[in-house]
Design a protein around this ligand. Structure first.
Ligand SMILES: [Zn+2]
Length: 445
């Protein structure tokens, strides 16, 4: 299988460290707000990769962290902690915010039919690991403590710093993302540990340097190492995390272990809404639960997978309508009779598209256009599992089966009012009614 690796800027044959078990780390949410569709796209893309690797027979040790401390507003060193800011705005306690949004995140994953990661470690539960990681970096003289009680990573001590985002230090120094702090040796240095203002109790810990809290980047380095080891197969997230987050993870981890952090760096493309960047100020952010009010998880998944995961995706009603029609097409054919043997050429074409850096748009196009009727039920089921589609059988839903029966009888008697009412009720139960010459087909949404 070919997988695009941001670090080498090329599609490379995927060679796992272990022939059976893959280690995959994906940066998880900062739990101060609901997931919007940009987040959903990232988790859906990695779900497709996760499912495809399982289809190929691998066991996947998938770690997705929960950031519950240290992610600062504007990702600035002097910014306020996002969770603390939310607590001040809402009057809730930090624990309430963290619990509420961690649960909301897990619920979104379930509702989108995303396979749960093997581990979802929270940063606040790994402070010891983080502190000993920082101690290791100080020992190696790539990090320094200041009189203010902060600890910074000295970027000048990592000669290949910038290799993932392909920017030189001059470019980084003139960029907008770095800022001088009084006690930093260089503006490009970034915080590993921050001293908390005196008297702050919540979400602060004693450390050799000060009572404080860890930086956001070090959390991922410490937790990925704990659960997946010094070097693992796949590290991923959205493309906006290439710099500074992943660049800094690489600097920290590789300076400590002298080994590569991950063999493949996988990044998902940006998501826009009607051509605009999604933002709080534009008030155009759509949450996962907003989207699920109008579309089923199957439809959202198919709409997203119709664009390659690395390309930008524009969330529009047309894009979603394509997801709806694709779902309808695939499910209608699937509900009919299927051959006992698959057309091997079609199966191979679909799989070779997926082998090519998960070319889901091509795979879906072949499957939907001519594939479903030419593949056995078993092979169709394999594709359903790869794309994470959930086909609910009408017979498994007692109420829906009764409504369908009543509708069929009403239509025979010419009672179209009752038939229409049953159609609407079936729709609210998540079944689409398709009438054709042979009769009516009821397919799940
Ligand atoms: Zn991370």
């Amino acid at each position: 299988m070919l997988l695009y690796d941001t670090l080498s800027a090329s599609k490379r044959e995927f060679e796992p460290i272990d022939r059976r078990r893959i280690g995959m780390y994906v940066c998880g949410p900062t739990v101060y707000d609901y997931n919007h569709l940009g987040h959903a796209r990232t988790y859906l893309s990695f779900d497709l990769l996760h499912r495809y690797l399982r289809f190929k027979g691998f066991e996947v040790n998938y770690v997705q962290n929960i950031t519950d401390v240290g992610h600062l507003v504007g990702e600035r060193e002097a910014g306020q902690d996002k969770i603390k800011q939310k607590a001040e705005q809402t009057g809730q306690s930090l624990t309430e915010i963290i619990e509420h949004f961690s649960e909301a995140h897990k619920k979104d994953l379930r509702l989108l039919n995303i396979l749960m990661p093997s581990e979802m470690p929270a940063a606040s539960a790994h402070i010891k690991d983080i502190i000993s990681f920082i101690e290791g970096l100080i020992e190696k003289r790539v990090a320094y403590q200041t009189t203010e009680g902060n600890v910074y990573f000295a970027v000048s001590k990592k000669p290949d710093y910038g290799k993932l985002s392909r920017r030189g230090l001059t470019e980084i120094l003139t960029g907008t993302r770095v800022e001088p702090a009084k006690d930093k040796r260089s503006p490009a240095d970034f915080a590993l540990w921050k001293a908390a203002p005196i008297g702050t109790k919540e979400l602060t810990w004693e450390s050799p340097w000060s009572r404080g809290f860890p930086g956001w980047h070090i959390e991922c380095s410490a937790m990925s190492r704990k659960y997946l080891g010094d070097t693992f197969d796949i590290h991923g997230s959205a493309v906006e995390h290439v710099f500074p987050h992943h660049e800094n993870e690489i600097a920290q981890s590789e300076s400590l272990t002298d080994k590569p952090l991950a063999n493949y760096w996988v990044h998902t493309g940006l998501l826009t809404i009607n051509g605009q960047k999604m933002s709080k100020s534009l008030r155009n952010a759509v949450t996962v639960s907003d989207a699920l009010k109008n579309y089923s998880a199957n439809e959202i998944r198919l709409a997203f997978f119709q664009t390659h995961y690395r390309k930008p995706f524009d969330y529009t009603s047309q894009a979603l309508a394509q997801g709806v029609s694709l779902r309808s097409k695939i499910f209608t054919s699937y509900s009919g009779s299927l051959p006992s043997e698959s057309d091997k050429a079609i199966w191979d074409e679909i799989i070779s598209a997926l082998e090519d850096d998960l070319d889901s748009p091509r795979a879906l196009a072949i499957w939907a256009a001519e594939g479903v009727n030419k593949l056995s039920r078993q092979d169709n089921d394999k594709l359903m599992a790869i794309f994470g589609l959930n086909y609910r059988h009408l017979e498994d839903d007692e109420t829906a089966s009764r409504l369908a029966k009543e509708r069929d009888e009403a239509r025979k008697k010419g009672d179209f009012l009752t038939a229409d009412n049953r159609k609407a009720e079936l729709s609210s139960k998540g079944f689409e009614v398709i009438d054709n010459e042979q009769g009516s087909v009821y397919v799940p949404r």
